[in-house]
Design a protein around this ligand. Structure first.
Ligand SMILES: NC(=O)c1ccc[n+]([C@@H]2O[C@H](COP(=O)([O-])OP(=O)(O)OC[C@H]3O[C@@H](n4cnc5c(N)ncnc54)[C@H](O)[C@@H]3O)[C@@H](O)[C@H]2O)c1
Length: 301
């Protein structure tokens, strides 16, 4: 039987701080396929996340099909806005939610992985993080600082992670990020430069796939996911309406489930996808292929 076998492989999923987002669903699918899982967690959310795990509050969602619980080999602090600790401003480094975490930069993450597991110790890297402080503002009202933060955290972080983590990857390794179709079509309400950040992420997926392919033999893809009411998406303010709209108008008229994204991620990270790189894979119940609203058509009789 053809199956997704990730046994003996180690994955890093950057952007997991609860059990409600795509990162968690991807971690679970990768673990179902046999991979060991490390996560990178934003320092302000780190304590809450580890407490939830320790107090057993996530046991139900961590349950794998075989009955065991999803284990995290390591939970690393990660603020993907910073390439090195020296890049973080003083007020962040001394902030009570950061100061005891050690080096929370991308460089710090690389050093910790290397010291915990050795020089060639990673097979799969998932970039499942984004942040746009002005996401609720239309682009016309977005400040330069808000726009640049959205692009820095949500897009440049992938460039930095690929350039710094690629040397740690074993042959056959793969990177995967998460994007959204606001990069290519207008989604009113998805503001603050987040649409620009996703466009950059998709363009960089192609360029980085070429560069990392030639330099390291690694693959790199992005999943364009349909809307899902994660913690990050809830910050947009209209996520429930986005979910309902897509379910009503997509070829598959039902809401997207995060495990559908997780399972696609497991496939794309596996040797079965050895020929796929530089690509956007839509996991959105087919919504991206529509050119007219079904609900509008139905309301006209
Ligand atoms: N939920 C959706 O509707 C949707 C649709 C398409 C794409 N996506 C993308 O999926 C990815 C995961 O988001 P999600 O919706 O599952 O929400 P989520 O809240 O589960 O994940 C976002 C994560 O990013 C982390 N984060 C924020 N700023 C960070 C920083 N500076 N450094 C490190 N981590 C940081 C947050 O702590 C959180 O864990 C994002 O790239 C998002 O844009 C989401």
């Amino acid at each position: 039987m053809l199956n997704i076998d990730l046994s003996g492989k180690r994955a890093l999923v950057a952007g997991v701080a609860d059990d409600g987002g795509f990162g968690f669903a991807i971690a679970k699918s990768l673990a179902e396929a046999g991979a060991s899982i490390c996560v990178g967690t934003w320092p302000p959310a780190l304590n809450i996340f580890t407490n939830l795990i320790e107090r057993g509050k996530m046991d139900e969602s961590r349950r794998l099909s075989g009955g065991s619980l999803l284990q995290f080999e390591k939970v690393y602090p990660l603020d993907a806005a910073f390439d090195t600790l020296a890049d973080a401003p003083e007020d962040i480094r001394t902030n009570k939610r950061y100061r005891d975490t050690g080096d929370f930069s991308i460089d710090g993450l690389v050093k910790r992985i290397e010291s915990d597991f050795g020089a060639q110790s990673l097979d799969i890297v998932i970039h499942s993080l984004a942040n746009g402080p002005e996401v609720k503002k239309p682009l016309l009202e977005t400040s330069r600082a808000g726009y640049l933060t959205a692009v820095s955290v949500s897009a440049y972080s992938l460039v930095s992670m690929v350039s710094r983590l690629a040397p740690l990857m074993r042959p056959g390794g793969s990177f995967l990020s998460l994007t959204y179709m606001a990069s290519e079509r207008v989604i009113p309400g998805y503001g603050g430069g987040m649409s620009s950040a996703k466009s950059a992420l998709e363009s960089d997926t192609r360029t980085l796939a070429y560069e990392a392919g030639r330099k390291y033999g690694l693959r790199l893809n992005t999943i364009s996911a349909g809307p899902w009411a994660s913690r990050a998406a809830s910050a947009i303010g209209i996520i429930d309406r986005m979910v309902d709209y897509c379910a009503a108008n997509a070829p598959l008229a039902e809401p997207l489930r995060p495990e559908e994204v997780g399972n696609t991620a497991a496939f794309l990270s596996s040797p079965l996808a050895a020929g796929i790189t530089g690509t956007i894979i839509y996991v959105d119940k087919g919504y991206h292929s529509m050119g007219m609203s079904v609900t509008a058509l139905e309301s006209q009789g």
